[in-house]
Design a protein around this ligand. Structure first.
Ligand code: ARG
Length: 267
């Protein structure tokens, strides 16, 4: 475990949150959802980050973009450099330019994505390397651009379970050296790569993953994760991490958890 540093996060209030289309197996447009509850759960997540000493910037939510709350998909930001995104689905396409514009007005250098690339949903910084998921959303071809833009080694990980369609639903970076993940969400070759890179990884149970427990946000010391992920919480504590449980069950109806709502802005 490394020392926790104060982080800077970008979030988007779920003012227009809704489940009106289905682009992942969690979404059921015929099922009820509660926008007011989604907003209060999200406010609690934001307050949790503030209480931990982190900075939270906010991007203006746009009407007609019900998934815009999932800020992790808005960009990948490493060393002050921003790789903009290109969504797979037309329903989310307009979020890409909105997030890019936010970074431009905040003074960041931005680069356009040449391929389907869903940002930190699939691209996670782990120490000196970037872990990059593919199989459902971010195209394999995008990984080469990620390596070129950030000048860091990119490790491709093949996702195989449609329920865990973004890398951040199947793997959480805990600190510079360690991760937690659900092995069955990855191809056999990718599981072997993960075992080699992270021999001491925290292995999640299927029950943890089913409540999107791995969609967690770590500052290196404290892991903010869904309160429903009880076995993972215990395993993280046994590995020496502090945990804070949050309930974002309403956002889970769109297939997102705490990490999906949180884009790390690394200067
Ligand atoms: N409904 C959104 C989608 O399917 C959820 C995005 C979750 N974001 C994430 N980083 N895993 O695109």
């Amino acid at each position: 475990m490394t020392t926790a540093a104060a982080r800077r996060y970008l979030m988007c209030r779920p003012t227009h949150f809704a489940v009106t289309y289905r682009i992942n197996p969690w979404m059921d447009p015929t099922a009820p959802y509660d926008n007011a509850l989604a907003v209060s759960q999200w406010e609690n997540l934001r307050q949790t980050f503030l209480d931990l000493g982190h900075t939270v910037d906010l991007i203006e939510p746009l009407p007609g973009l019900p998934d815009m709350v999932f800020a992790a998909n808005g960009a990948t930001v490493v060393g002050g450099k921003v790789l903009a995104v290109q969504f797979r689905d037309a329903e989310r396409a307009d979020e890409g330019p909105a997030y890019k514009a936010w970074f431009e007005s905040a003074g960041f250098e931005t680069v356009d994505s040449k391929h389907t690339n869903e940002g930190e949903g699939d691209i996670l910084l782990a120490g000196d390397v970037l872990l990059a998921g593919t199989g459902f959303r971010t195209a394999h071809a995008a990984h080469a651009q990620v390596q070129e833009v950030f000048g860091r080694p990119v490790i491709t990980l093949q996702l195989v379970d449609p329920a865990y369609y973004h890398l951040d639903t199947a793997l959480c970076v805990l600190d510079e050296r360690n991760v937690a993940y659900l092995p069955s969400a990855f191809s056999p070759g990718s599981q072997a790569v993960l075992r080699q890179l992270f021999p001491d990884a925290v292995i999640a149970t299927p029950e943890d993953a089913e409540v999107l427990g791995l969609n967690a946000v770590s500052d290196g010391r404290t892991v903010v994760l869904p309160v429903q992920a009880t076995a993972l919480t215990a395993a993280l504590q046994a590995a020496g991490y502090r945990t804070v449980g949050v309930d974002v069950s309403e956002l889970r109806k769109a297939g997102g958890g705490p990490k999906c709502c949180t884009l790390e802005v690394r200067s």
